[in-house]
Write a protein that binds this ligand. Sequence first.
Ligand SMILES: Cc1cc2nc3c(=O)[nH]c(=O)nc-3n(C[C@H](O)[C@H](O)[C@H](O)COP(=O)(O)OP(=O)(O)OC[C@H]3O[C@@H](n4cnc5c(N)ncnc54)[C@H](O)[C@@H]3O)c2cc1C
Length: 505
Amino acid sequence: MRNQETGGNTFYDAIVVGSGVGGSIVAAHLAERGVNPQNGERLRIAMIEAGPYWKGEVRPGYGAPERRRLITNCFSDDAADRMWPWGMVKMVGGSTMHYGASVYLPYPEDYEDWIAEGTDWSEIACRSAAEEVRQMYNIHAEPDAVLSRGSLMFRDAARALGRDVQKALVGRRNCLYCGFCEGGYFCRYDSKMNAMTTYIPRAERGGVEIISDAEVERVVIEKKGASFAATGVVYRRGGRATELRAGKVIVSAGVIGTPLLLYRSGYGSREDLGDRLLVENKNIGRHLDIHAAIVVMAMFDRPIKDAARGAAPAGHFFLDDAGPGGRGRMRIKDSGMLGVEEPWGLAFSPFAPDFGREHKRFMKQAATRRGGTLVVLKKPEGYRGSVNLKAAEMEYEGNDAIVKRMREGGEISREVLLKMGAKNIIGTDMPPIYHIAHGVSTCRAGSDPKTSVVNANFESHDVDNLLICDASVQPRSASGDAVGPLATISVLAAQRIVANHFKRG
Ligand SMILES: Cc1cc2nc3c(=O)[nH]c(=O)nc-3n(C[C@H](O)[C@H](O)[C@H](O)COP(=O)(O)OP(=O)(O)OC[C@H]3O[C@@H](n4cnc5c(N)ncnc54)[C@H](O)[C@@H]3O)c2cc1C
């Protein structure tokens, strides 16, 4: 029977599973630069995505009316049909569809870490990739004129305390500063540079077929002599299972999606798979590295924000390292001074009186007077989590060293907020939040198959024709936000995959 979704195709040169940062970049590059090595013809590529595709022309700053209608004002827009149970987005564009668009290229310490973990991803090797990402994501700092008063106060107070304050960076174009975006909202105007506003259009123009609402159930892995090879995928769409064959299968299903899919395909540890084990690699789902965070909130007795409009979604930050090489690095950012304060957030905030006139007075004033910081610990030392593949959830417990370091961050925040004139500060000693959002390393890259899943060329150590490109391969959590380093690695991956597999002769 003819396959409706693929126009009859059942064989592709490459199938990419997942359309987030990694998947979109690899698909676009392969479509533009790759050729079939045997006949030199253009590649036939399919990108398969479990969630929906909100189509529409990409016009940053304007948006597409059709897509805008699909966006609500609910926090994170987290409808169950486009969210995974583990808190990442399930739709074309992946988690960048509702990320904060806080984008930083790798720091020198990131490259050092990746080399130490057994790759050759040096600053020199990644130079052209990082430059491409800087341009595609339009990474820049916002002018002071569009920042909130609180953001400028934070800058001045931290500098007065001897901190090296830097401008926060964003990946946006033509932002209207409506303020309804930071930390979990879709952008109605396509100003956020995400997978869908950057590489998905390039992939489509290059002829990549996007098959949406189609969850890949397993990668088909077959025994060929003494070794194993990936030969295709089986996906389910509308209750119907379909098998497609491919020369290369590139898994880009994200930090939990990727190890989960490999596990479902019989590739993982004997401990996890038992009788269903096809190919063994103990590292699948292990080594999870994430960021820990605390949110420090403060009340001021005068407005620090403008009630009439939103501010730029990023202002200032400073770093505090516990040791050389960015060890124990904390980033303390003025996140609470930005954006629009929603009434539901204020009403339930710890500052809000429970009832009566006092509550009403608070609700009238607090929207412009509440500020705070976000403290993110980039490198929880000596501790890694894992993905519980049977339950499809992350397992990560903090340790005393993380709690202690986060409290130090809370105290540094308090110092700055007091200098700004804050009257009431809470959260400096809150238990750290561990969230999968910036998770990496669950199928990490490295030179030793005993401690990693793919090599530095993104090829599986154990299964021929199987490659991985997404946050799961990044061997260590970066010192900035996740997308800049991940996109850099993904462009490098695409360059290497073209050079090693899709070049004539
Ligand atoms: C709320 C939130 C805020 C964030 N803010 C920032 C920020 O400001 N700055 C920053 O740098 N980073 C931020 N991040 C992190 C960033 O979004 C991720 O690091 C990045 O999206 C990871 O890219 P990826 O390609 O690995 O995976 P994803 O973007 O998760 O994409 C994976 C895709 O694969 C699909 N998929 C999974 N399994 C299957 C399957 N079996 N079949 C078919 N498709 C499948 C998924 O639906 C998804 O679309 C944020 C994340 C969250 C959740």
